[in-house]
Design a protein around this ligand. Structure first.
Ligand code: HT7
Ligand code: ZN
Length: 847
C-alpha cells in the first residue's frame, strides 16, 4: 500500500450532522444499523465511506434501497456514485454484520473475557460500520444497544434503559475515533464530583466481578484530575456522567472515548498487595491523561492523523504537570527525562526517526511513538518556557476560546501562541517538522569579569531529511560561585543561530555554569567538563535537575571508560558517598541518583561518542561499577537500608514511596555483596508488591531465584496482573546468558496466553529489556523474538508492529550482530501475507 501524505489533505465533501447507531449484540453476528444525516458541500461528488471486514446487508438513501449499479464495495470501503446522490441534505441507512468474537486484532468491536468493547482510534470505527472515519468529520451520536449483558454503555448521557436495552445520547459533536461501546457483566465502583459551576457528575469505574475492591485509588485519582484541570487550566467537565471501564485485552494503555474511557485493567486496578509504587504513580498519571483529553483531544481534536501530537504532546505535557504538582516536581522531571532519553532519543538515533508531526505514513498505528508523545510534550514545555507562566496560560485560554468544537492543525496551535504573545514562532515550528535530536556544544571563556558561553548546534541527517536548519532553542542557564551560591539565577537564553554567544558581565571570578536547567530543550548537551566540576554541581547546583544530571554524567563517563577496558575516574563513587549521607536531600531524589544508567543507555552513549557498543562489556562494566559502589559505601548503604524502612500500613503516597525507592536502591547495590541474603529476607517478609517484586528481581539477578520464582508463582497464579510481573522480572533481570533459553521455556508455560497483549508484552519486553541477553552473540534471542513477531502478526498486527521496535537500534552494533538482526528483519519483511503494520515497520527498520 502507498503512503498517505499530509500534502494530499482535502476536506470531506459532505457535512455530517448526526449519526444514529443501533446495535444488536451477538458474539458471532452483531448487527449494526447506521443512519447518517449528510449534506453535500459541493455538487457532483461521489460519497466515499470507509469500511473494512463488514458484511453489507442493506444500503438506502432517503429510504430507497440502492441498486447494485449505484454503489461499489471494495476491501477498504464503499462508494455511492454521484448520480445516485441527492443534491440536498439526505439520510443514508446501512445495515452491516460483524463478528466481535473473531476479532483478535482488538480494533473495532471485539470481545474480552465475554465482554464486548471497542477500540476505534485511530481507524477502528470502519470495522464497525461504513463511515467517514477521519477525525475532521465530527457529528452528534445517538446510540441504542440491544444485548443480553446487564450493563450496556456508550458515550454521552444515558437517556433510556430497560432489560437488555440502553439508549445513549452524546450532545457533543465528535469524530468516530472517540466512539465507544461496552457491554458485559460488570460492577461499578462509584462516586461523584461537583464541578466548579456546581454540576454534579456521576463517576463510575466498571470492572469484572471480583475486581471492585481494587478501584478506590483510580476513582480518587480521577477526582484529583477533574479538580486540577479546573484549577490550572480553567477546564470543567461537560457531561452528567463519566465512566471508566477496565478491560483485560487491550492494545495500549487506555483510550479517551468521550465520557467512556476504556482502560487496560493494568492501569486501573491497584491494591497494596498487587501494585507497586510505580504502578500507583502511572495509574494516577494515565487516569489524568485520559481525563485531560476531554478538552485537549475531544473538544478540540486533530484535523488529520498527521496532527496527532497536537492532542498527544499537549495532553502528555498536562499529565506530567499534574503529577509534578501532586508529587515531587523535580523528581518527576528527572523520571520523564530518563524515559525520554531511553525511548525518544533512541528512536531519533535510528532508522525509525521521524518528526513529531510526520508528513507521510502507511499505517498510522505505527506513529503512536515516543516522538509524537514525549517529544511532543517537550515542545509544549519549550513554548511554556519561552512565553512564561502568564503567557502560556493566555495562549491556552485563546486556544480553547478560538478552537472549541474544531479539528485543528499544528499551524492553528502555533498561531494561537503567536497571537497571544506577539512573537514570531516560524523558526520554532521546525521542532514539529524536523526529526532528530540536536547536539548542542558549548565552550566557555572568562576574561576581565566577563563570562562568555559559545554555543553551536547541529542535527544529524535523519531518514528522508538530509539538511537540518538551526532551531530556536530555549537554554535555561544559571551561574554558580565557588561556594555554590547563585551568582546569576536561572535565565532563558534563546538560541536561533547555528552558532551563538551569550555574555555575562561583572563577575569577580570564573563561575561554574549550570546549563540546560530543568532540561529546557530536548537536545544532547556536549561540554568538556572535569569530573571535579561535575562533583561540585552534584553537591551544590541549586537546580535539582542539573544536580542529578551532573551525577548522571559522572556515572556515564565511568561506565563508558569501563566498557572500553579503561579505568574509571573515582569521582562518581566518591561524590555518591556525600549524597547518600545528605539527609537534606529528598529520599526519592537520592534514589534516582543511586540508580545507574540502564545498559541500553550506556550503549547509546558509546554510540554517541563514536564507539561501537559491546553488550557483554557494557553489562560487565555496569556490574563492576555497582559492585565498587556497594563495596566502598557498604556501611552507609546498610544504614540507609535500615533507616528507610517504612513502618505501618502501606500507602502509595510520595513520601513513603520515596523512602522505599531509596531503601530498594540501597538493597540493589548491597545485593551484589551479600549474595541475596537481604533480598531473601525481604522477599519472605514483604507486605506490599513494591518490596516483594523488587526483592524478587534482586534474587533473579543473583541467579539463585528458583525457590522465590516458584513461591511467587504459586501465590499469584490466579492474578493476571501480578503474573505479568512474574514473566517480566525473570527475563529483564536474569543473567544475560540465560535470557533467551529462559524466554523460550516460558513460552511453554500454560500461563503464557500469548494472544493477550499484556502477557505477550510481558515476556517479549522482558527479554528485549535484558540488553546483553537480547544481544547475545549467538543471535538466539533475535531469532526467537522474530519468530514470535511473525506468529503474533496475523492475530494482532498492531502489537506485533509495536514490539518490532526492539530491533530499532540494530545499526549501532558490530558487524556480526548487525548481520544477524538484519537477517531477521529481512525474514520478517519477506513473509507472505504480512500485515500493513508490521510490513511498514520492517521496511523502515531496514532503511
Ligand atoms: N489516544 C489513545 C491512543 C491509541 C490507543 C489506545 C488504545 C488502543 C489502541 C490505541 N490506538 C491509539 C491513547 C492515549 O494517548 O491517550
Ligand atoms: Zn493520549
Amino acid at each position: 500500500t502507498a503512503s498517505k501524505r499530509l500534502s494530499d489533505y482535502q476536506p470531506y465533501p459532505f457535512a455530517l450532522e448526526t449519526v444514529r447507531l443501533d446495535f444488536r449484540l451477538d458474539p458471532q453476528e452483531t448487527e449494526v444499523r447506521a443512519r447518517l444525516a449528510l449534506s453535500p458541500r459541493r455538487a457532483a461528488s461521489a460519497l466515499r465511506l470507509d469500511g473494512e471486514e463488514l458484511e453489507l446487508l442493506s444500503l438506502a438513501i432517503d429510504g430507497r434501497s440502492l441498486t447494485r449499479d449505484e454503489y461499489t464495495v471494495d476491501k477498504t470501503g464503499l462508494t455511492v456514485h454521484a448520480a445516485a446522490l441527492p443534491a440536498q441534505p439526505f439520510t443514508l441507512d446501512t445495515r452491516v454484520k460483524i463478528a466481535p468474537e473473531a476479532n483478535t486484532a482488538l480494533e473495532g468491536l471485539y470481545m474480552s473475557n465475554g465482554m464486548y468493547c471497542t477500540q476505534c482510534e485511530a481507524e477502528g470505527f470502519r470495522k464497525i460500520t461504513y463511515f467517514p472515519d477521519r477525525p475532521d468529520v465530527m457529528a452528534k451520536f445517538h446510540v441504542t444497544i440491544r444485548g443480553e449483558a446487564p450493563v450496556l454503555l456508550s458515550n454521552g448521557d444515558l437517556v433510556a434503559q430497560e432489560d437488555g436495552f440502553a439508549e445513549w445520547v452524546d450532545p457533543w459533536p465528535k469524530p468516530a475515533y472517540l466512539f465507544a461501546l461496552v457491554a458485559g457483566d460488570l460492577v461499578a465502583h462509584s462516586g461523584s464530583f461537583t464541578t466548579k459551576s456546581g454540576r454534579e457528575v456521576a463517576l463510575n469505574i466498571w470492572v469484572r466481578k471480583g475486581d471492585e475492591d481494587r478501584c478506590a485509588f483510580a476513582l480518587e485519582a480521577l477526582k484529583r484530575s477533574m479538580k486540577w484541570d479546573e484549577d490550572v487550566y480553567g477546564r470543567e467537565y461537560d457531561l452528567d456522567i463519566f465512566n471508566i471501564v477496565a478491560v483485560d485485552d487491550f492494545n495500549m494503555g487506555a483510550m479517551e472515548n468521550k465520557g467512556l474511557n476504556i482502560f487496560n485493567s493494568k492501569w486501573v486496578l491497584a491494591s497494596p498487595e498487587t501494585a507497586t509504587d510505580a504502578d500507583y504513580e502511572r495509574i494516577e498519571g494515565i487516569i489524568a491523561h485520559e481525563y485531560f483529553h476531554n478538552w485537549t483531544g475531544n473538544r478540540i481534536t486533530c484535523r488529520d492523523w498527521f496532527q496527532l501530537c497536537l492532542k498527544e504532546g499537549l495532553t502528555v505535557y498536562r499529565d506530567r504537570s499534574f503529577t509534578a504538582d501532586l508529587r515531587l516536581g523535580p523528581v518527576k522531571r528527572i523520571e520523564d527525562v530518563i524515559a525520554l532519553r531511553a525511548r525518544q532519543f533512541r528512536e531519533d538515533q535510528g532508522p525509525l526517526a521521524h518528526p513529531p508531526r510526520p508528513d507521510h505514513y502507511r499505517e498510522i498505528n505505527n506513529f503512536y511513538t515516543a516522538t509524537v508523545y514525549e517529544k511532543g510534550a517537550e515542545l509544549v514545555g519549550m513554548l511554556h518556557t519561552l512565553l512564561g507562566d502568564a503567557g502560556y496560560r493566555a495562549a491556552l485560554d485563546l486556544y480553547f476560546d478560538r478552537h472549541d468544537g474544531q479539528a485543528c492543525t499544528i499551524e492553528d496551535w502555533l498561531t494561537v501562541f503567536e497571537d497571544a504573545s506577539g512573537r514570531d514562532l516560524s523558526q520554532f515550528k521546525r521542532w514539529y517538522t524536523d526529526a532528530g535530536t540536536p547536539v548542542l556544544r558549548v565552550r566557555e571563556q572568562f576574561e576581565d569579569g566577563t563570562y562568555r558561553l559559545d554555543f553551536e548546534q547541529d542535527t544529524k541527517p535523519t531518514p528522508g531529511q538530509p539538511g537540518k536548519p538551526p532551531r530556536h532553542i530555549p537554554i535555561t542557564v544559571g551561574l554558580l560561585g565557588p561556594n555554590g551560591q547563585e551568582l546569576v539565577p536561572s535565565t532563558v537564553l534563546e538560541m536561533t543561530e547555528a552558532r551563538q554567544s551569550f555574555t555575562f558581565e561583572g563577575l569577580g571570578a570564573r563561575p561554574v555554569p549550570s546549563i540546560l536547567r530543568g532540561f529546557s530543550a530536548p537536545v544532547r548537551l556536549e561540554r568538556d567538563v572535569s569530573a571535579r566540576e561535575l562533583a561540585f554541581l552534584l553537591a551544590h547546583d541549586t537546580d535539582p535537575f542539573n544536580r542529578w544530571e551532573a551525577g548522571r554524567q559522572l556515572a556515564q563517563d565511568a561506565l563508558v571508560a569501563l566498557a572500553q577496558g579503561e579505568d574509571a575516574d573515582p569521582a562518581y563513587i566518591d561524590a555518591l558517598g556525600a549524597l547518600i549521607a545528605d539527609e537534606s536531600a529528598d529520599p526519592a531524589f537520592r534514589a534516582l541518583c543511586l540508580r545507574l544508567p540502564a545498559e541500553d543507555e550506556i550503549a547509546q552513549s558509546l554510540h554517541d561518542r563514536g564507539v561501537t557498543p559491546d553488550p557483554e562489556a557494557i553489562h560487565a562494566a555496569r556490574e563492576a561499577l555497582a559492585r565498587d559502589l556497594a563495596h566502598t559505601h557498604e556501611d552507609a548503604l546498610t544504614a540507609l537500608y535500615e533507616a528507610m524502612a517504612v513502618p505501618g500500613p502501606y500507602t502509595p503516597d510520595p513520601g513513603p514511596a520515596g523512602k522505599r525507592a531509596l531503601r530498594l536502591a540501597a538493597l540493589g547495590l548491597l545485593n551484589r555483596l551479600d549474595g541475596g541474603a537481604r533480598a531473601t529476607a525481604l522477599f519472605e517478609n514483604a507486605t506490599n508488591m513494591t518490596e516483594s517484586l523488587a526483592a524478587l528481581g534482586f534474587l533473579v539477578q543473583t541467579g539463585a531465584d528458583e525457590k522465590a520464582l516458584a513461591s511467587f508463582r504459586s501465590r499469584w497464579e490466579g492474578d493476571r496482573l501480578v503474573m505479568d510481573k512474574w514473566f517480566i522480572v525473570q527475563l529483564a533481570a536474569c543473567p544475560p546468558e540465560r535470557a533467551a533459553a529462559r524466554a523460550a521455556a516460558l513460552t511453554e508455560d500454560p500461563l503464557f496466553t500469548w494472544k493477550t497483549p499484556n502477557r505477550f508484552r510481558a515476556l517479549m519486553a522482558g527479554l528485549a529489556g535484558n540488553h546483553a541477553g537480547f544481544h547475545a552473540k549467538d543471535g538466539a534471542a533475535y531469532r526467537f523474538y522474530a519468530d514470535w513477531l511473525l506468529r503474533l502478526d496475523p492475530v494482532n498486527p498492531q502489537v506485533a508492529a509495536r514490539m518490532s521496535t526492539a530491533f530499532e537500534t540494530w545499526t549501532r552494533y558490530d558487524a556480526d550482530r548487525r548481520a544477524q538482526m538484519q537477517a531477521e528483519l529481512e525474514r520478517i519483511a519477506r513473509t507472505e501475507g504480512l500485515s500493513r503494520d508490521l510490513s511498514e515497520m520492517a521496511t523502515r527498520l531496514l532503511g
